[in-house]
Design a protein around this ligand. Structure first.
Ligand code: DGP
Ligand code: NA
Ligand code: NA
Length: 213
């Protein structure tokens, strides 16, 4: 996905994205990372997509809860619009030195829609121009193992066969810059795998070195 480089020089926060299947543990890890960064003197904030608090986010939430039906292309564009509506806020936070931990981003956008059979290039287009992450952490877990975790099956996409397709789509999107995390381990061990690279990333961005490109 072609996304835009951020501030080219000067100190700034890092844009760290967590991706993975449903129930891979992203949400609890994001919270832990924020706490760790804060403790070490790196101001950090959590962003989560979809952000269900906006008008667009409420439409998405209703769709995910199967309270409304939407065409696959339409919902794809809503998810993208939901990221666009936070773009300038994210940019100003990064510029003011805040590191952002982002629970899902454009990769989810492409992976979940490609899993439905939509054309992958079509899926990438609306997210072009969003801010490029400095670090992508993929919390790797098998669809089978994720499906055994508590709370599974509550929303539209939380079905084993569909998640298998999402996992395949993520594999196509992955590149060498992604850090693959074994998300089948304990919460502590997963955090241990992630925190070093997140701190390095925050430090590098604070020192004014751009990581993307
Ligand atoms: P979460 O709040 O992280 O559990 O996400 C809700 C569900 O929406 C989850 O099944 C993943 C899916 N999802 C997240 N972002 C996107 C997106 O951009 N497009 C599509 N189609 N699905 C998404
Ligand atoms: Na979910
Ligand atoms: Na989540």
């Amino acid at each position: 996905i072609h996304m835009e480089d951020k501030c080219r020089n000067g100190s700034r926060g890092a844009l760290v994205v967590l991706e993975g299947l449903d129930r891979c543990g992203k949400t609890s890890q994001s919270t832990r990372l924020i706490k760790k960064l804060d403790e070490l003197g790196y101001p950090a904030e959590l962003f989560r997509f979809p952000d269900r608090n906006t008008v667009i986010g409420m439409m998405i939430s209703s769709y995910l809860n199967s309270n409304s039906q939407l065409d696959d292309h339409t919902v794809h564009l809503l998810f993208s619009a939901n990221r666009w509506e936070k773009r300038s806020l994210m940019e100003s936070k990064l510029q003011s030195g805040i590191t952002l931990i982002v629970d899902r981003y454009a990769y989810s956008g492409v992976a979940f829609s490609a899993a439905k059979g939509l054309d992958i290039e079509w899926c990438k287009a609306p997210d072009m121009g969003l801010l490029a992450p400095d670090l992508v952490l993929y919390l790797d877990i098998s669809p089978e193992k994720a499906s055994e975790r508590g709370g599974y099956g509550g929303e539209r996409y939380e079905q084993l066969e569909f998640q298998k397709k999402v996992a395949q789509a993520y594999q196509v999107l992955r590149d060498a810059s992604w850090k693959i995390i074994d998300a089948s381990l304990s919460v502590e061990d997963v955090e241990e795998q992630m925190s070093g690279s997140v701190l390095d990333c925050a430090k590098t961005c604070r020192n004014g070195i751009s990581l993307s490109q």
